[in-house]
Design a protein around this ligand. Structure first.
Ligand code: NAP
Length: 515
């Protein structure tokens, strides 16, 4: 019997044993940087003559690795190989498939510091942020393995005289998994193994900014004896091979996490039925956010300040769940603003391989310039109360920035910036704050700080987001504790890490036998 699922705990890096282990891992991984990683299709590894170069955002001269770049013909071949591998894999019993995930979880657990170090170099995560992501991918592996075991076999229906009736959950077929760079291990790995353990075969297209950690994950799957052809590794440019994957008639489903624009494009293209296509494609699409924290005059402001700063600036504000709007009722607006600014001003921006760093670099030059272009809007849309502090010039650094007195309809309060920029909006009262909070096209996460029970009940009903938090930060959802996914333009609300998730990768077959 398997022990029940539990989440991997966070680590306290102030304990010297953990800090020493992380330092050692950073040194060890550093000596492995710069390697070349091939495509893996049908169990065969090969190069294509073109490369994606992954660099350290905090120090772009440091090459983390080069990953072979797929050509259009490689994408088609990957779909054909995945299709060929499907019949053996879906017939393998579910528990055997699940055990491959449990083995992969164990491999990563034993090497958790090493995987954290790769994330620090490749996507500029600080030690706690990197550890949290490694913990999350282990949780996904452990949880989805158990979920598959639970869903396996015949499920009962209402008895009917003279018949045996039951429902089975069976796989869909070949899926494309297209992942973002901000959780390049946990989200990429989570979508991949959910699809695979459900009996599907998969083509994984990782984000171009972070393909090396995905290549490391492929090594883990191979060590865990994932059969050849079940998970095919296809790094490449989304602009070049994305449409080929999504449009191909052999693709049965697309699992995507990323921006709204790309998600909407996939949604539209996947709806087109191409010659030879035998099914309607399923899309599982998780997209952006413009997440708000609401604070009223009854709130515990000490706890609000900590939650706001962690939610807005953790991982440089590059989480889909990050707080990018702070909505405060008039009565406590000035006091809270001053305290949030004071706390955020203490954050240290720098190289994330240094334990003292709170904010690393943003992912690349394009992201840095996009964030800066939003900061340039600030004087016309509000008042900069924090920002422009000194940051290292060795990489793509942006200082924590807070813009006060932003109107709820302004671009800073409506568009996803995906960086360390917090827009603060004044509300007349709690009802007005809630109205502002609901006033974007997104609906991913949100939080309310209040001690007023009636208001919390109103927010429970009316605050329209997929993940709602009271009196705590709006980031850091844990597997099977806070199943994760958003409403409206934040996506299809797939609830990754939840008990309904695997069924998105399956179809139900009802079988009746009359005796
Ligand atoms: P992105 O630009 O949309 O890219 C996501 C993935 O889509 C990448 O692998 C990208 O490949 C690929 N892609 C690009 N164009 C494509 C096309 N035409 N067809 C198919 N695939 C294509 O997003 P990102 O910048 O990596 O990630 C940040 C975004 O993800 C933010 O909006 C964030 O809110 C969102 N996000 C949402 C969640 C959630 O759970 N809701 C979680 C994490 C992140 P290339 O890298 O080669 O361009």
């Amino acid at each position: 019997m398997l022990p029940p699922f539990t989440n991997v705990p966070m680590l306290d890096f102030s304990q010297s044993e953990h800090a020493n282990a992380m330092e050692a891992a950073l040194r060890a991984v550093r000596s492995e940087l710069g390697r070349d990683w091939p495509l893996i299709v049908g169990g065969r590894s090969f190069e294509t003559g073109e490369w994606i170069t992954s660099v350290n955002p905090a120090s772009p001269d440091m090459v983390v690795g080069r990953v072979a770049k797929a050509r259009p013909e490689d994408a088609v071949r990957a779909i054909e190989e995945a299709s060929r591998s499907g019949s053996d894999w879906r017939r393998m019993d579910a528990a055997s498939r699940a055990r491959i995930l449990l083995k992969a979880a164990t491999i990563i657990r034993r090497r958790a510091f090493e995987f954290s170090a790769w994330l620090t170099y490749e996507v500029s995560k600080t030690w706690p942020e990197a550890w949290a992501e490694v913990a999350e991918v282990i949780d996904f592996l452990e949880f989805y393995a158990r979920e598959m075991m639970r869903l396996d076999g015949a499920h009962p229906t209402t008895p009917f005289p003279g018949e045996e009736n039951c429902v089975y959950y069976i796989p869909l077929g070949v899926g494309a998994v297209i992942s973002p760079w901000n959780f390049p291990l946990a989200i990429m790995g989570g979508m991949t193994v959910a699809a695979a353990v459900s009996g599907n075969t998969v083509i994984v297209k990782p984000a171009s900014q972070a393909p090396v950690i995905a290549a490391k994950f492929m090594e883990v799957l191979a060590s865990a004896s994932m059969p050849a052809g079940v998970v095919n590794f296809l790094p490449g440019s989304g602009a070049q091979i994305g449409d080929i994957l999504v449009d191909h008639p052999g693709i049965r489903f697309v699992a995507f996490t990323g921006s709204k624009d790309v998600g909407v494009r996939i949604f539209q293209r996947a709806a087109v039925v191409h010659p030879g296509q035998m099914w309607l494609k399923r899309t599982i699409l998780e997209m952006g956010g413009k997440d708000a924290i609401v604070v009223d005059e009854t709130a515990d402001l000490d706890s609000a300040v900590e939650g706001i700063v962690a939610s807005a600036f953790g991982y440089q504000g590059q989480k889909c769940s990050a707080c990018s709007r702070l909505i405060v009722v008039d009565e406590v607006y000035d006091e809270l603003l001053e305290r949030v600014v004071g706390r955020a001003a203490q954050l240290r921006v720098g190289d994330p391989s240094d334990r003292a760093t709170n904010l690393g670099a943003v992912i690349d030059r394009a992201a840095m310039e996009k964030i800066q272009s939003y900061i340039a809007l600030a004087p016309s849309e509000g008042r900069i109360v924090l920002g422009g502090g000194p940051v290292p010039d060795t990489g793509y650094f942006v200082p924590p920035t807070i813009v006060a007195d932003v109107a709820s309809g302004a671009r800073l309060a409506q568009e996803e910036i995906f960086g360390p920029v917090l827009a603060v909006v004044r509300a007349r009262d709690f009802a007005h704050a809630l109205e502002i909070a609901n006033g974007t096209e997104y609906g991913l996460t949100g939080a309310v700080y209040s001690q007023d029970r009636q208001r919390l009940e109103i927010a429970r009903r009316e605050f329209h987001v997929g993940n709602l938090y009271f009196n705590r930060k709006c980031t850091g959802a844990l597997v099977d504790v806070q199943p994760f996914g958003g409403f409206n333009m934040s996506g299809t609300d797939s609830k990754a890490g939840g008990r309904d998730y695997l069924q998105l990768f399956m179809q139900a077959k009802s079988v009746s036998e009359r005796f």
